[in-house]
Ligand binder design. Sequence first.
Ligand SMILES: Nc1ncnc2c1ncn2[C@@H]1O[C@H](COP(=O)(O)OP(=O)(O)O)[C@@H](O)[C@H]1O
Ligand SMILES: [Mg+2]
Length: 245
Amino acid sequence: MESNMLKVDDIHVYRGETYVLQGVSLNVGQGEIVALIGANGAGKSSMLRTISGLLRPKSGGILYRHHQHAEEIDISRIPAEQIVALGISHCPEGRGIFSQLSVKENLLIGAYLRKDKNEIRQNYQRICKIFPILDERANQTAGSLSGGEQEMLAVGRALMSRPKLLILDEPSLGLGPIIVENLFKVLQNINAQGVTILLVEQNAVMALDYANRAYVLENGRVTLSGPSNELARDQKVRDAYLGGV
Ligand SMILES: Nc1ncnc2c1ncn2[C@@H]1O[C@H](COP(=O)(O)OP(=O)(O)O)[C@@H](O)[C@H]1O
Ligand SMILES: [Mg+2]
């Protein structure tokens, strides 16, 4: 296996009184697509928000190595914008786009930490190549896009910070099967261009189809993990997440 990019080590997280992550550990290797699956309320979004610095763990560490020869740093207690600057970009649940702003404006918001205008322009052009529909609709308001296009916009915006690690929270939510298939193909293509992906999904079929490895989260704990094809054959996973087939 390639070197670890992210090592979440025994983190414990509370939201108010609720003990939402009860000692979770997981690894993401450089270049992988890793999926985190689990039922509603299992703690998947809390996990991603903790990695991105939006929630603080009570204990445990999150070690991140932004490239192969760099030293690992513990990002579990540093501010969210510094985590973005280190190369981790979070595409949130519900997309979080600004529906009154244009598609282009939404994309440029993703580059807010970057200064070099030339680089930003190049990256914008690269994203227009990945998502030609966003290029076509650059001047329309984001609110006028379809659900699938809005998800593409959210992914495109997350890519504007030039992440090494892209974190996605339920990208398939509310989208039809053909759109989802297309979205996952695009994610695979982004991954092939060198972006490591950690993704949360309730759509376990798609997640296990596209990810290299997966973790199952239940009530704030990892109960199973392994290569996706092995999990897809596991009877407990099939019963709980693949419709018992
Ligand atoms: N803002 C919040 N304040 C308090 N508890 C929350 C908040 N958001 C989520 N929770 C609780 O945290 C637990 C995990 O939620 P979440 O991480 O959103 O799960 P998932 O993404 O797997 O559906 C749930 O019990 C949920 O009720
Ligand atoms: Mg969630």
